[in-house]
Design a protein around this ligand. Structure first.
Ligand code: ZN
Ligand code: ZN
Length: 363
């Protein structure tokens, strides 16, 4: 009797070939699976003292606050009431300097316009009404931006420090991406995909790891500096995009924007050692209460003064306050606490200022 089953109609050599092909096919599948695993485990970002290849962290102590912590915060303290609206009276925008100076204008929150003879640079542009994934809920601005987005001078460079909604504002970034000559956005690792989603083309995005620099022209370059913070937009994995500050050389001046950061005993001295002492520093003074929750992510005004002194800034502007209520302190508490901190540190009052909305300083 002949054999039955699928092979009965094939000569012996064909059966062998079928088995060989089956083994080859199986092998290919196994190989593809192994390659996929390898690709999945391959680091997306350079492994460093602040990255394991996929996720970022603060060197030393990294604090991840949980939803339980948020619940505890909301259960155990009450936010001081803020006014619903604050009237502003911004002066006309100064003309861009023609010499080597930098004119810095506080637009709102952490958005500062830096006008120089080389270029106009904007930090963390936020022009939306709310800093939230929702258009109808979440922290709402209490005053308009000092300059409407359409009244800005041409913006050549945006410094985007991290992905939080009060810094990375989708509507504002989409606006800039849609301009006939979109600015170049400099941002730490991992934020490029977001910017592409918001309409920026690859060639307008510069992603930097901490300490990496990008040169725009001779005497005009920017370096990403470390910050003690974290990242996340809505739900999902945290810290998949890096956070940073920026140290900028432009015109004949240097400007250091800390980004959002907690105080750190080592980091600011290290930034001074590697980058030098800035002519101007933009340092957050708001969103710091309650301390048990916030100290690991946001400095308070006293720590902001320590940052100013430690980096050796000639002049500093307090940012990240007064526009959106993010935390428990009163709206006016940051500039008031800043005055006390300056006095205690015995620094000249003009060396660290909380400007009125639309106020400018030329250094
Ligand atoms: Zn933040
Ligand atoms: Zn922030």
């Amino acid at each position: 009797m002949g054999k039955t089953g699928p092979f009965m109609r094939f000569p012996r050599f064909t059966r062998r070939r079928f088995l060989r092909n089956l083994i080859l096919f199986g092998g290919t599948l196994l190989g593809a699976a192994a390659l996929k695993n390898h690709m999945a485990s391959r680091p997306r970002f350079p492994i460093s003292d602040h990255c394991d290849g996929a996720q970022f962290f603060n060197p030393g102590t990294h604090v991840n606050r949980t939803w339980w912590d948020v619940l505890k915060w909301k259960r155990t303290s009450t936010a001081s009431p803020w006014p619903e609206t604050v009237a502003i009276d911004p002066p006309a925008l100064p003309k861009a300097p023609l010499d080597g100076t930098v004119c810095a204008t506080w637009i709102n929150h952490a958005s500062v316009l830096l006008q120089t003879r080389h270029a106009n640079i904007l930090t963390d542009p936020v022009f939306s009404d709310r800093v939230s994934p929702l258009s109808w809920a979440g922290p709402k601005r209490v005053h308009p931006p000092a300059i409407a987005v359409e009244d800005l001078p041409d913006i050549h460079v945006i410094l985007l420090s991290h992905d939080h909604f009060d810094h990375c504002d989708q509507a504002s970034l989409r606006h800039f991406a849609s301009l006939p000559h979109p600015p170049i956005v400099v941002t730490p690792l991992g934020n490029g995909a977001l910017l592409r989603e918001f309409g920026f083309r690859d060639e307008r995005i510069i992603e930097l790891d901490w300490w990496e620099a990008h040169e725009f022209a001779h005497g005009f370059h920017v370096r990403a500096t470390p910050a003690r913070h974290w990242s996340n937009r809505v739900m999902g994995s945290r810290n998949r995009r890096l956070w940073s500050g920026f140290f900028l050389q432009v015109g004949g001046r240097t400007v250091y924007y800390t980004g959002d950061t907690a105080w750190d005993d080592f980091m600011f001295a290290d930034i001074r050692k590697r980058c030098g002492e800035p002519d101007l520093a933009l340092i957050p003074i708001g969103a710091y209460e309650p301390r048990w929750f916030m100290a690991s992510q946001h400095c308070n005004p006293a720590e902001a003064v320590r940052i100013h002194q430690t980096v050796g800034a000639v002049t500093s502007i307090g940012v990240h306050w007064g526009t959106f209520q993010l935390t428990d302190e009163e709206r006016e508490a940051p500039p008031q606490a800043l005055e006390i901190a300056k006095e205690q540190a015995s620094i000249p009052p003009a060396s660290f200022q909380a400007l009125a909305v639309g106020g400018s300083i030329t250094v």
